[in-house]
Design a protein around this ligand. Structure first.
Ligand SMILES: [Zn+2]
Ligand SMILES: [Zn+2]
Length: 91
């Protein structure tokens, strides 16, 4: 009958909405953690291992024992004189 189909439909919508909400929340959370990882790690320019940024210093050192490249967070290249003058700290 008409009333029962309406209530079935509204329950269906409510459940679908709840699932959506949960999925959206999960997606937001994943997006936020991805953003955090993106902001605090960058790949080493030589061996591409993810390196975590440490404070406001732009002078990075690769943690891989066989690499240990010193590089610039801003330029994503090997540490050089320009970086030493301009990129030592976050502006
Ligand atoms: Zn490296
Ligand atoms: Zn630089």
């Amino acid at each position: 009958s008409f009333p029962s189909s309406v209530s079935t439909l509204s329950i269906f919508i409510l459940q679908a909405y709840k699932v959506d909400e949960k999925a959206a929340e999960q997606a937001r959370w994943e997006e936020a953690s991805k953003e955090t990882i993106k902001k605090t790690t960058k790949p080493c320019p030589r061996c591409h291992v993810p390196v975590e940024k440490n404070g406001g210093c732009m002078h990075m050192k690769c943690p891989q024992p066989q690499c240990q490249l010193e590089w610039c967070w801003t330029c994503s290249c090997e540490w050089n004189r320009t970086c030493m003058g301009d990129h030592w700290f976050d502006v």
